[in-house]
Design a protein around this ligand. Structure first.
Ligand code: AMP
Ligand code: ZN
Length: 461
């Protein structure tokens, strides 16, 4: 079966045709490392990880790049406001210098990678930092200058969108000119022109160039690093939907204007995770981190399960109740697998076909999870086949289903005694006493399930 993805560029679902047979290059817009990632940002990476895993499952050799923006991302998409990294330096009381920038980037890149690991997101092949690719970024601006697409203003070099036929291919453009024509010190030629090289306001921040001390524009960074590491065109570019109108339209504009070929063939965008009807954004403080979930006792992978319950192109509203429900379901799958003690087993080809059809249909994770549940409830299939098949699907789901963190490792002597007493009461058909003992066991944080194999103890959460 062929694999299909919704392509924002063509606005339709298309069969995925790689540039090189059995290989796929993915560029995922990564974080600006001035603050912690929130669970909305992390949705973006669980989505691109699911994409990567789906391709790998189908036999593709994947090369994935997740960039780290460590300079040049201004607070407003309209090329105004502070650089987000400078904002971070000020907040943390770090020196406004390149060394300070590095310290800030190191701190938040590390925390970002820890979040990825907790969510079982496979490590990308590279996490390039914008400041490590300055020669490529500068070369791209020079190329645009040579071809007549760039012009100077007192605060930097700008891209002339009026010169490019078909600017804004991805769509999503805000009404022309809305608050975007003016820059701090000059007038843009067209409202949607954007900065390629921003001159530094501070003598300690920035890098030398023929235009003066400054730093690359945020869009230039992604255009230059993706071309350098994946080639141009490459297969798939991903990011959140907020990147469509400005960041990605601008990446396409400058890369195509400079080099005359498309930047990427497929553009995939995840919808937003919202919090009580408003979007979650680092800049307005309306955020929840993965750490906050853990503090409330949730497993990060229960959050991954929660995300998989929605299609990546549907807006999802986060609530603690919904997360709790997702964790209960997640835990049930793990327990069902842990209860199957026989080893061996074969992958059920019928279920595998159904699962693949769901996931290869534009990553339909809710349907893929429905297949998992159908499989768990199948009484005709040998349990060991159920286990083996689900664990095979887990190569895509990434839920670590073979590891039951809810399982009980050590039980106190007191609880052991209560279980024995309860079993004795049950043998004597003293149901009242057995119930009383069950409640005692629950007070200790466990519950007993009576199976054909005898009492099974589980942890209460
Ligand atoms: P940033 O660090 O702000 O550049 O964002 C990193 C990634 O998270 C980008 O792909 C954004 O499009 C995405 N993103 C930001 N906020 C959300 C959200 N609330 N829900 C889903 N994705 C988001
Ligand atoms: Zn980007």
């Amino acid at each position: 079966m062929s694999m299909e993805f919704w392509n924002t560029l063509t606005k339709k679902k298309e069969t995925f045709k790689p540039i090189t047979k059995n290989q796929a290059g993915i560029y995922t817009c990564g974080p600006t490392v001035y603050d912690r990632a929130h669970i909305g940002n992390l949705r973006s990476y669980v989505f691109s990880d699911t994409l990567r895993r789906t391709l790998e499952y189908a036999g593709f050799k994947v090369k994935q790049i997740v960039n780290i923006t460590d300079i040049g991302h201004l607070t407003s998409d309209a090329d105004s406001g502070d650089d987000k990294m400078v904002k971070g330096l000020k907040r943390e009381g770090l020196p406004l210098s390149l060394a300070g920038l590095k310290q800030l980037a190191d701190k938040y890149e590390k925390l970002f990678k820890e979040d990825l690991e907790k969510l079982n997101i496979e490590t990308a092949d590279a996490f390039p930092r914008a400041t490590e690719y300055l020669p490529d970024e500068i070369a791209l601006v020079e190329e645009l200058e040579k071809k007549g697409f760039a012009y100077g203003l007192p605060d930097g070099i700008y891209f002339n969108t009026g010169k490019l036929d078909g600017y804004g291919k991805l769509g999503g453009l805000t009404p022309a000119g809305e608050g975007r024509a003016r820059v701090e010190s000059g007038e843009k030629k067209n409202p949607r022109d954007f900065v390629l090289w921003k001159l530094s306001q501070d003598e300690h921040l920035g890098f030398e160039s023929k235009w003066g001390r400054g730093f690359p524009g945020w869009h230039i960074e992604c255009s230059a690093m993706s071309r350098k590491l994946l080639g141009q065109p490459f297969d798939i570019h991903t990011g959140g939907i907020d990147h469509i109108p400005v960041h990605h339209n601008n990446e396409i504009a400058q890369s195509e204007a400079a080099y005359g070929t498309p930047l990427a063939n497929y553009w995939l965008h995840n919808e937003f995770l919202t919090l009580s009807d408003s979007k979650m954004a680092k800049s307005d403080g309306n955020i929840i981190t993965l750490g906050a979930l853990e503090e409330k006792g949730f497993s990060p992978l229960a959050y991954r399960y929660f995300l998989l319950l929605s299609h990546y192109r549907t807006q999802t509203s986060f609530s603690w109740e919904a997360l709790k429900a997702a964790e209960t379901a997640y835990r049930r799958i793990k327990e069902a697998i842990a209860d199957i003690t026989e080893s061996g087993g074969e992958i059920s080809e019928i279920y595998k076909k159904e699962f693949k059809e769901a996931i290869e249909n534009d990553l339909n994770t809710p349907e893929a999870l429905a297949v998992v549940w159908k499989l768990i409830k199948d009484e005709k299939l040998p349990p060991k086949d159920i286990r083996t098949t689900i664990l095979d699907f887990d190569r895509i789901l990434g839920l670590k289903l073979d590891l039951n963190e809810f399982a009980i490792v050590e039980i106190s002597e007191e609880v052991k005694k209560l279980i024995e007493q309860r079993e004795k009461a049950r043998e004597e058909k003293n149901w009242e006493e057995a119930d009383r003992l069950r409640r005692e066991i629950e007070k200790n944080g466990y519950f007993v399930e009576d199976s054909t194999r005898g009492p099974v103890l589980k942890m209460l959460k």
